[in-house]
Design a protein around this ligand. Structure first.
Ligand code: URA
Length: 182
């Protein structure tokens, strides 16, 4: 199994209705040699049209933060989503959170990515991927869980609304990188 196999399956997948929102084949962002995997929720509009995670407004903020802690978003990290297509609310036409059944249907692809990349640290971005990674048990944001090699952080879109949290996000990431010596 390799990343090309995984994304071939992702792009052919029709196991849930979200495949109807697919307008272009998708893939991950970053490097397949990375030590760190970032996991977001699902595509927004920009990602849906470019087929890559975090290339819109949230992605620009994320890239800026990664650069601040000395990580190149294209060469030092692997960025993906829990759900690979874009969940749309058909009443408003806006993005919505993925439903539990959509998460459970899509998660096996992420599990394959985790197995192939075998990262030193997993960073979940936001509640949707954090809750899934925690198996829907409680956890603290910005706290590194060494036994699971996992750092749960806020989603970049939350940081736009809560700018004060940006420094905590950066500090938690920096401290974790120092701990594992990357
Ligand atoms: N939000 C996410 O969680 N993932 C993306 O790819 C874009 C926005």
């Amino acid at each position: 199994m390799n990343f090309a196999n995984i994304y071939e399956k992702v792009n052919k997948c029709d196991k849930c209705k979200l495949c109807k929102n697919r307008i272009i084949n998708c893939s991950f962002r970053g490097s397949t040699k990375a030590y760190i995997m970032f996991i977001g929720e699902a595509f927004g509009t920009t990602e849906q049209s470019e087929g890559r995670p975090f290339v819109g407004r949230s992605g620009k903020l994320l890239d800026g933060i990664l650069q601040k802690v000395g990580l190149n978003p294209e060469t030092d990290v692997y960025i993906t989503n829990l759900v690979k297509d874009r969940p749309i609310d058909y009443v408003t036409g806006k993005d919505r959170k993925p439903f539990y059944d959509e998460i459970i249907t899509c998660a096996p692809y992420l599990m394959e990515e985790l197995e192939v990349l075998n990262p030193k640290i997993v960073v979940t971005l936001g509640k949707t991927s954090g809750d899934w990674f925690a198996d829907y048990k409680e956890y603290k944001i910005n706290q590194y869980y060494s036994e699971r090699k996992w750092l749960p952080l806020y989603h970049p879109s939350y940081l736009f609304r809560n700018r004060k949290e940006i420094s905590n996000f950066i500090e938690a990431l920096k401290n974790t990188l120092e701990k594992i010596n990357v």
